[in-house]
Design a protein around this ligand. Structure first.
Ligand code: F6R
Length: 240
């Protein structure tokens, strides 16, 4: 696991974006695994800036996202589908038909998970972008999710509901369930870029990088992956 410690969020975002941009430049047909949340927003802004200034093209790039809230349609402004358009896709020349997320409003969650797993079998991520929850979750794989899990329906923990409530008008509006890639789907990526910032993530970062490899800290599984780069600011790295 390679750990790059940066001065701040801005530098973290530049460094992470450069890794992804280099992958796309080397392989215009790259498959990108993407995340939502606050951590990758700056990374995505740098990718958009590079696309506009240097012309890196995403015309033939395909994407798969980690997760989606259950019950929100793709046009709901808190859905991850909406987030991805607003924070990345609308700023690139990507064909929206090449972008994939689990469908949070699918009538049958189990069927939707099966569909997404079958899709992921045909789409091995060249790079998977990740953030980490303060409890060590990756995607919505909460503590004690088995390492061999695939896309599944998740009951969000109180911890995650509280963390994510900052994006909603009230904590009562935060969906209680999500569809998430499993840990096995994440680990199939050829490479992984984890972006982390802030002191509230320091304990989780320690568990991921130096802790015991255990489902109690889902991100610790990344120690078993051969090509992981953690790009974190010095506050997130403060316990390393
Ligand atoms: C988002 C995701 C989550 C977030 C994590 C950190 O698609 O899967 O695992 O990466 O909750 O969220 P932020 O970046 O908002 O602190």
């Amino acid at each position: 696991m390679k750990v790059i410690v940066t001065e701040n969020y801005e530098e973290m975002s530049e460094k992470a974006a450069q890794i992804i941009i280099d992958i796309v430049k080397n392989n215009p047909n790259a498959i990108l695994g993407l995340a939502t949340g606050s951590s990758p927003v700056g990374t995505y802004q740098n990718m958009i800036k590079d696309h506009k200034e240097n012309g890196t093209s995403y015309k033939n790039v395909k994407t798969v996202n980690l997760d989606e809230y259950v019950g929100l349609t793709a046009d709901h402004d808190q859905s991850y589908a909406y987030f991805m358009r607003a924070n990345l896709f609308d700023g690139l020349d990507i064909d929206l038909k090449n972008t994939n997320l689990p469908c949070g409003s699918a009538p049958d969650a189990k069927k939707e998970c099966d569909r997404y797993n079958a899709l992921l079998e045909t789409m091995k991520q060249d790079v998977q972008v990740l953030g980490i929850g303060s409890n060590g979750h990756i995607g919505f794989n909460e503590p004690d999710t088995p390492f061999d899990s695939v896309t599944h329906l998740v009951d969000l923990t109180e911890n995650t509901i509280k963390d994510n409530s900052r994006m909603f008008a009230s904590i009562d509006d935060v969906p209680r369930q999500a569809l998430s890639m499993g840990i096995k789907n994440i680990m199939q990526a050829k490479s992984i870029v984890m972006v982390v910032s802030g002191k509230n993530k320091a304990k989780a970062v320690y568990g991921m990088v130096k802790g015991e490899i255990t489902p109690a800290c889902p991100a610790s599984v990344l120690q078993l992956h051969p090509f992981v780069t953690v790009v974190c600011d010095k506050e997130a790295a403060s316990l390393l």
